[in-house]
Design a protein around this ligand. Structure first.
Ligand SMILES: NC(=O)c1ccc[n+]([C@@H]2O[C@H](COP(=O)([O-])OP(=O)(O)OC[C@H]3O[C@@H](n4cnc5c(N)ncnc54)[C@H](OP(=O)(O)O)[C@@H]3O)[C@@H](O)[C@H]2O)c1
Length: 335
């Protein structure tokens, strides 16, 4: 089968199209013929050796993909040939509290081989049926970004009438916007681009703040909330934005710590205690959460926002597009 690999060294320019033997499913396993994949910032870090410098190579990258079950091994009951399923990124995290093994050692696209190949064999417990109204490209955006956004809001105890602050307009953030809206919340979005803010407003955000032209966006968030602050922050910037996110939150508010997009910075923890904030690390989500999220997507006929679709052969161009940060929402690859 055709597969892209990071072979002998890290780097996007090391991505190589190669031939690998077609994998066959043993007992309890399912072989998927992949139809679409999607990109996450994590994939860029992984391929550059920045996520885990000790990642063993060669690696087939990408955590997210959707495919058709074309062969099932002995004893498989959760999936039938012909079913359309996505891979659960943390393959072994099915439900309940996470463990190190479930979170770090069983994730697709590093340390385990990922989705940038014609076929993949997964455990039947590590796949999830996807909502029927979605295209393959849309369905392929769900496993990492959507599930993480869903986990952040659900774990944060979002209620109708709450206000959510979403940083930027990448994959996780646009899903957080869409999910917060179906949960009945008000959403404030920041972005480096007025054009992207317009798109966020069209999707239903109540307010947009350009963090380039309004560098003290936390003040603007407080103004927009009557001086109180927001109930939840979907924090994808990390150390470079966290101080402002803390100032943008109301006393007792919730901050989901998800990403590292804004680079390094020094964080002052004192306002966290003075404001009784709940700061919660969020890492992906378990399979049962994925299934719950899919029920909501199905019920609300929610459509993921796909910025652009690239052909499998143009995977490198898709990665460059992501690195350029011109996208709004998700980038997909069609097989
Ligand atoms: N913990 C987890 O389980 C988990 C899961 C998924 C992702 N993540 C992490 O979450 C982050 C987002 O991932 P993603 O895949 O959604 O990324 P992405 O699609 O590449 O997001 C890129 C966008 O982030 C925004 N951004 C960059 N710097 C920013 C800043 N200083 N302030 C506000 N927004 C900024 C920009 O939006 P504008 O162009 O609008 O300015 C940029 O276009 C990454 O750090 C990723 O590693 C973590």
């Amino acid at each position: 089968m055709k597969a892209f690999e990071i072979r002998e060294r890290f780097g996007l320019d090391a991505l190589t199209l190669t031939d690998r033997p077609e994998p066959r499913p043993g007992p309890g396993k399912v072989r998927l013929k992949l139809r679409a994949a999607s990109l996450n910032f994590r994939d860029l870090l992984m391929m550059q050796g920045l996520y885990n410098p000790r990642q063993a190579l060669p690696l087939i990258p990408l955590s997210d993909g959707v495919g058709e079950a074309v062969e099932v091994g002995e004893g498989v009951t959760r999936v039938a040939v012909g079913d359309r399923v996505a891979g659960q990124v943390a393959q072994e995290w099915i439900a309940g509290a996470p463990t190190t093994a479930k979170l770090r050692r069983s994730t697709l696209g590093g340390p385990l081989d990922g989705m940038l190949a014609e076929y993949i064999v997964l455990d039947e417990d590590g796949v999830v049926h996807v909502p029927g109204h979605l295209t393959d490209e849309e369905a392929a955006t769900l496993p990492c970004a959507a599930l993480t956004a869903w986990n952040a809001l659900v774990t944060g105890g979002l209620k109708p009438g709450d206000t959510v602050l979403v940083l930027g307009t990448g994959g996780v953030s646009v899903f957080a916007l869409q999910f917060a809206l179906i949960m009945g919340a008000r959403v404030i979005v920041t972005s480096s681009s007025d054009e992207k803010l317009e798109r966020a407003l069209k999707l239903g955000a109540s307010d947009g703040i350009n963090y380039r032209t309004t560098p003290d966006w936390d003040k603007r968030v407080r103004e927009l909330t009557g001086g109180i602050g927001v109930d939840h922050v979907v924090e994808v910037g990390g150390a470079g934005t966290l101080n402002r996110s803390i100032r943008a939150a109301r006393p007792g508010g919730h901050i989901s710590l998800i990403g590292v997009l804004a680079g390094p910075g020094e964080v002052n923890p004192v306002p966290i205690l003075m404001q009784s904030l709940r700061v919660q690390g969020i890492f992906l989500g378990h399979r049962e959460m994925f299934e719950e999220m899919n029920r909501a997507i199905d019920l609300h006929r929610l459509r993921p926002v796909v910025d652009r679709v690239f052909d499998f052969a143009d995977s490198r161009a898709a990665l460059d597009h992501m690195a350029g940060r011109a996208h709004f929402g998700k980038i997909a690859i069609r097989f």
